[in-house]
Design a protein around this ligand. Structure first.
Ligand SMILES: Cc1ncc(C[n+]2csc(CCOP(=O)(O)OP(=O)(O)O)c2C)c(N)n1
Ligand SMILES: [Mg+2]
Length: 884
């Protein structure tokens, strides 16, 4: 109720409460809820304005009377947990004593140990579970706890632990955070870029549904768990897809937010309550929310609190107060929390200061955590979030428990370690404690057997990444004959050609169903709408309405087993779907090949962090940056015209990027990429830029296939060229026009080459160079670039629709002088012709640059440059496009 309202008739209020009590006792929760909702609806229909309230009282959602029996051995579990805690702390301490500054985190796992241990002992399904493995996102910087448990389970050695954050050590080390790229049998998901985990988890749950709805697998009740930090929930990505999860009824999804009320610098919300705020956000978004704030020690206090005074007091305080109680201890708590009224003081008068201090937060209580998980996994119809209150740096005492410095605590002193040992009754000597010795169990101990038995029941250890997909056959490139043969007189863009390819590919008997087209509300822009009808748009609930265009052949067809993921205006979500589909070979044992097509400007620039994570997680698939090219996408202007995504792609190690000119190149590259992904099992992402400029697509020349993949093939050769022109993507045609001008106006016949990938050329040339450097006495190797160009050491001019650095990246390996034209600067809306002139990449600038290069090379008189400027009416004082 609003705080300002003063109860004018407490007796009447009491009568209403008694009625509700009767309803609760006689008919239970459901009827009581029905009655209250009916009353609210009635009052609203009579004009009572009831404020929308998404928060419930600041108590546990699950009452003690609703808690199930705890199925585990609490004593054994506590002993085990203490050792996991110890090793996790010791691992970070040791790493930092041996290598000061190496980093790591103690306090995060210290706060989350119970949250994880209850899940490990009772909930998380492993790879051998008959119902299949759960997908688990572990909170990134809680990794020492996961390593520590894996050590106790015998999965990691002491050497591994000794080399935490020392991955380059000879014995092999452990990665700082969850990185499947670095530990491919262990970690499943990369989580430590805050916010990406929660977003990706939602899309993993959604994609699991997609696989079930499309008949690839049974619904066996597998879950996606995401363990998150409360500070992390401030990332817009964390909360950005919450409504998708509830809209799609993803009851296969459980978020567990470790609410230790602190992030790196200090409180997440000093002045209010993060748990209440998150509850409101999640409930508002349609999630099932389970708050676990108070441990069992508080139960009797709430029971005694018949007037609601304790509850009122807890509503009043803010998180900053709660943190202070942790740091200051029992006497402070008695004075400041309970000291407010005699009634409250009385409530805790039977407890000593130590007993007060020992009343835990809910997230440290296994019984409370068990109840929360149990409800979460059995909840139907909506995703669940467990908001578990914990204490950051739990058990560290003065070394950091609840303190603002706790996040950056990297090592404990000897006395602090002794305190920690005593705090958790770790059965080790002073000397072992002082030297942070790792502890493990003999196989004969009951603890070891319990630990292993619990995991066995749940299908084996986690985290575990499986890589054992069912084999799949990629069709021969001849399925794309239509693209290889050219368009004759008809003009088409590379985007249209790609859509044609997708249509052919999805009809292929062997692989067709495994293709996952993904698009964020741009399908019509790319001419993909015919696929709506052919493949259907995935919608878990089917199509509940008659679409406005149902009378047309190509109507907007949504269906339960639809193949297309039409993500709406949501690039971060769409790339998360790409990630989920591209990991399916590992997560579900079934190869799926995602083709995510989007406005190229809203790719790397917008979601590169997710693409980076995709690389880490060994995702396989195709990214298609459509309407690409700073000048080829002409009318859209500055915000849309991409001239640099190839720079980002080149810097992402697992991405093979191609800037393609013709339809046959697309066919060759896509077929080759698919073979790599599903037949050769390589973890690779292909990035292709596609354009919307229409021109005749030529027939594939003979024998260019391998060179297209390598990144460069010859278009026009001549015996002794004075100059060489390299064109790329849509600018290839300007290069061909420039070659014509050079022949007709200057009598110079240039060599002409088509560059399909500057980055692939560079990578190979660099690798060869590197090998040659360290093998001076062996026959020196030659890169594709060198083999192709070194016969004639003449100047080379390269042009692309991307910034100059894209073509410049091969500079060190191009024989002879090398000149690059590109589109540095902000875009403009204008004609293609206008833009190519503005950025100085059109045929005239190519010729001008070529003439200048030949002059420098001694092949023409100096005056030729001036003549060229005049001839092509090029303004010598034109402003630099980079700066204007
Ligand atoms: C995108 C991003 N920004 C910043 C960081 C650095 N960082 C790592 S942990 C952390 C604090 C996390 O707080 P919280 O989510 O509450 O986790 P806790 O350790 O409290 O459980 C920060 C800022 C990061 N990893 N990712
Ligand atoms: Mg936190």
């Amino acid at each position: 109720m609003t705080a300002e309202y003063k109860d004018q008739d407490p007796q009447e209020t009491q009568e209403w409460i008694e009625s509700i009590e009767d309803a609760l006792e006689e008919h239970g929760y459901e009827r009581t809820r029905y009655l209250l909702e009916t009353l609210i609806d009635y009052a609203q229909s009579k004009g009572a304005r009831l404020p929308f309230n998404t928060s419930t009282p600041y108590i546990n959602t699950i009452l003690p009377s609703q808690e199930p029996e705890y199925p585990g051995d609490r004593v054994l579990e506590r002993n085990i947990k203490s050792i996991v805690r110890w090793n996790a702390m010791a691992m970070v301490t040791k790493a930092n004593k041996n290598t000061p500054g190496i980093g790591g985190h103690i306090s995060t796992y210290a706060s989350a140990a119970t949250i994880y241990e209850v899940a490990f002992n009772h909930f998380l399904k492993g790879p051998d579970h008959p119902k299949g493995q759960d997908l688990v996102f572990f909170q990134g910087h809680a990794s020492p706890g996961m390593y520590s448990r894996a050590f106790l389970e015998g999965r990691l050695s002491e050497k591994n632990l000794n080399n935490f954050r020392r991955e380059l050590s000879e014995e092999g080390g452990l990665s700082s955070y969850p990185h499947p790229y670095l530990m491919p049998d262990f970690w499943q998901f990369a989580t430590v870029s805050m916010g990406l985990g929660p977003l990706m988890a939602i899309y993993q749950a959604r994609f699991m549904r997609y696989m079930i709805d499309r008949g690839f697998m049974e619904d066996t009740g597998r879950k996606v768990f995401a363990f998150l930090g409360d500070g992390e929930m401030d990332e817009p990505e964390s909360k950005g897809a919450l409504t998708l999860a509830s809209r799609e009824n993803l009851d296969n999804l459980v978020f567990v937010v470790n609410c230790n009320l602190q992030r790196l610098d200090g409180p997440v919300r000093g002045n209010s309550k993060i748990i209440q705020e998150l509850e409101a956000a999640f409930r508002g978004a349609g999630w099932n929310v389970i708050k676990n704030i108070w441990g069992s020690g508080w139960d009797s206090l709430f029971e005694k609190d018949t007037t609601g005074a304790l509850l009122d007091r807890l509503e009043e305080i803010v998180d900053g107060d709660l943190l202070k109680y942790v740091v200051e201890g029992g006497d402070y708590m008695r004075e400041h929390l309970f000291g407010k009224t005699p009634e409250l003081k009385d409530l805790v008068s039977h407890l000593s200061d130590e007993e007060l201090e020992a009343m835990k937060a809910g997230g440290h209580d296994p019984v409370k955590m068990y109840s929360a998980y149990n409800e979460a996994i059995n909840h139907r119809g909506a995703p669940t979030v467990i908001l578990a209150r914990t204490v950051k740096g739990y058990g560290l005492g003065k070394a950091g428990e609840g303190r603002n410095i706790t996040h950056n605590q990297k090592k404990l002193s000897e006395s602090e370690m002794l305190y920690f040992r005593d705090r958790f009754n770790v059965p080790i000597s002073d000397e072992e404690a002082a030297t942070a010795t790792f502890q493990s169990y003999e196989k004969s101990t009951v603890e070891y057997q319990y630990l292993i038995e619990q995991r066995k029941k749940l299908g084996g250890s986690v985290p575990a990444r499986i890589n054992n997909p069912k084999p799949l056959k990629v069709p021969d490139v001849s399925v794309f004959d239509e693209l290889l043969g050219g368009t004759g007189d008809r003009e088409a863009s590379t985007t249209m050609s790609f859509v044609r390819l997708l249509s052919i590919l999805t009809k292929d008997k062997s692989i067709g169903k495994h293709i996952v087209p993904i698009v964020p509300d741009e399908a019509r822009t790319f001419g993909m709408d015919p696929l709506f009808r052919q493949l259907g748009i995935y919608a878990h609930s089917g199509q509940l309405y008659d679409p406005v265009d149902s009378d047309q052949f190509l109507y907007y067809k949504e269906e339960k087993n639809g193949q297309i993921l039409e993500e709406g205006i949501n690039e971060a979500g769409a790339i998360s779907s790409f990630i989920a589909a591209g990991m399916s070979y590992s997560n579900h044992g079934t190869h799926m090949i995602p083709f995510y097509i989007y406005y190229s400007m809203f790719g790397f620039q917008r979601v590169w962090d997710l693409i980076w994570a995709a690389g880490d997680m060994r995702v396989r698939g195709f990214l298609l940056g459509a309407t690409a090219g700073r000048t080829t996408l002409n009318g859209e202007g500055l915000q849309h015209q991409d001239g640099h995504s190839h720079l980002a792609a080149a810097a992402t190690p697992n991405i093979k990027a191609y800037d393609l000119a013709y339809a046959y190149e697309i066919a060759i590259v896509v077929q080759r990429g698919m073979v790599e992904m599903v037949e050769e099992n390589k973890d690779v992402i292909y990035y292709l830029t596609l354009e919307n400029e229409n021109y005749v697509q030529p027939k594939k020349p003979e024998g260019v296939e391998d060179d297209i993949i390598k990144g460069l093939y010859k278009v026009h050769g001549t015996k002794a060229p004075k100059i060489r022109l390299l064109g790329s993507g849509p600018l290839m045609r300007e290069v061909l026009a420039a070659a014509d001008l050079l022949r007709s106006d200057w009598g110079i016949d240039p060599g002409v080459w088509n560059v399909t990938s500057f980055s692939e050329l560079r990578r190979e040339a660099e690798a060869v160079d590197r090998w040659n450097l360290t093998h001076p006495n062996e026959e020196q190797k030659r890169s594709h670039l060198e083999k192709a160009l070194s016969k004639n050491k003449v100047p080379t001019v390269a042009v692309s629709d991307y910034v100059k650095m894209v073509s410049e990246q091969v500079g060190p390996y191009v024989p002879g002088p090398y000149y690059c034209l590109g589109t540095d600067g902000f875009g403009r809306s204008d004609t293609r012709e206008g833009l190519r002139s503005f950025f100085e990449i059109d045929r005239y600038y190519i010729v001008l640059t070529a003439i200048k290069a030949i002059v420098r090379d001694g092949g023409l008189e100096k005056s030729a440059v001036g003549s060229a400027l005049k001839k092509y009416k090029l303004d010598p004082d034109k402003p630099n496009p980079v700066l204007v």
